[in-house]
Design a protein around this ligand. Structure first.
Ligand code: ARG
Length: 390
């Protein structure tokens, strides 16, 4: 009997070719397809995998786990890699890799494989998780190893081996989709001066076509987690999907950045993440109201570190878990409502309220009912300046 390998299969060209390539290396290939809300046709992709020769193709619905255990913790932390990228792809990798390890154990596989290139971050995120969760599994990265160095040669290989594919020799961009975001890279975007054209807009409306009417929405949070839109409760996956639709219609959630990959390459990335942009704005606005100054500051410092851990593939580490525990403590009072206005790519916070608000009108007001004793300010400032006075 052939040794078994579990392959992270997307239905795309690389991983379709990888099935055959691994079979030729003597493996029985079990495919694992993760549904993280990419909206692709998993049924026909599964059919194709079996036709190519995979002995099984398991589809795992990971959407709820993704949002509850990966996306919302990152939201609570406020993590944005290099201040801009919400880590949509990065967060999905440890989740998918962990699910693959479970399949590998169940199937008694001896090896595990993914379709990432040797230039990206995703190979690191997959493999670190494999090493942490199943150190004895052999890891194979066909795309890093094979002689098929161009897209054309992969397509020729597919034709020679009767591999059914949907792709053509021309491919405009490399696109990764899940329900927290879409990343578009490669092709013409490799020129950092080239303005992304309409063919790079996947779900978001370009500003020219975005709704010309502003829309107000209210998002309700409980312990740092969004639970309702306009007073109506939603499950976590539905809530994100709904905000993606609303935000996209207003052109909200585009990011265009030069990003530093872990392997030392700068790359030009275009992202779409409407729900994320709305929720980060709303969550931050609520924290401004309920957290004290020192916690906010300390939390900001941790959120940057957290974004690096996620980006660098270090999800399953003691530091990430410890930061999550700290963050959960900070979120105990992050409950309340935020009103936002969406208009032509903008997310504008218009109002916020919470039963735990630390805002005291009687202290802040310049009008009636002021209780702040302004005479105390002089002594405060005298002492504040004392160490620096000549
Ligand atoms: N640069 C992003 C990251 O490393 C996205 C990579 C997504 N991959 C893709 N084929 N577009 O997380």
């Amino acid at each position: 009997m052939a040794k078994k390998i579990v392959l992270a299969y997307s239905g795309g060209l690389d991983t379709s070719v990888a099935i055959k390539w691994l079979m030729e290396k003597g493996y029985e290939v079990v495919c694992f397809m993760a549904d993280v809300g990419q909206g692709a046709d998993t049924k026909s992709a599964k059919k194709r995998a079996l036709k190519i020769g995979a002995s099984k193709c398991i589809v795992g619905d990971l959407k709820k786990k993704f949002v509850d255990e990966y996306v919302f913790p990152a939201l609570k932390t406020g993590a944005l890699y290099q201040g801009k990228y919400n880590l949509a792809t990065a967060l999905s990798r440890p989740l998918i890799a962990e699910a693959m390890v479970a399949v590998a154990k169940k199937e008694k596989a001896v090896a595990i494989a993914h379709g990432c290139t040797g230039k990206g971050n995703d190979q690191v995120r997959f493999e670190v998780t494999f090493h942490v969760k199943a150190p004895s599994l052999k890891v194979i990265a066909p795309v890093r190893e094979w002689e098929l160095t161009t897209r054309e040669s992969e397509i020729d290989y597919a034709a020679e081996h009767n591999i059914p594919i949907e792709q053509t020799k021309k491919k405009l961009y490399s696109i990764d989709v899940n329900l927290w975001g879409i990343s578009v890279e490669g092709g013409k975007l490799e020129d950092p001066c080239f303005e992304p054209q309409s063919d790079t807009f996947i779900n978001i409306k370009p500003l020219e076509n975005a709704s010309s009417k502003a829309q107000h929405i209210t998002v309700t949070f409980k312990n740092g987690i969004p639970v309702a839109i306009d007073g109506k409760k939603y499950g976590s996956v539905e809530l994100v999907n709904r905000l993606n639709l609303i935000g996209a219609s207003h052109g909200v959630g585009r990011v265009d950045m030069i990003e530093d990959r872990l392997v030392g390459i700068k790359s030009r990335e275009v992202y779409e993440a409407p729900a994320s942009e709305i929720l980060y704005a709303a969550h931050t606005a609520l924290e401004e109201l309920v957290l004290d100054r020192e916690v906010r500051k300390y939390k900001n410092f941790l959120s940057e570190r957290y974004s690096e851990l996620v980006y660098y593939g270090l999800w399953f580490t003691p530091l990430r878990e410890a930061i999550d525990a700290f963050i959960d403590k900070t979120q105990e009072k992050v409950s309340g409502e935020v009103v936002l206005k969406l208009y032509k790519g903008n997310v504008i916070v218009c109002g916020r309220k919470s039963p735990y608000s630390k805002y005291k009108k009687a202290l802040a007001t310049y009008g009636e009912g002021d209780v702040f004793d302004q005479k105390l300010a002089k002594g405060f400032i005298d002492l504040w300046a004392m160490p620096y006075r000549a």
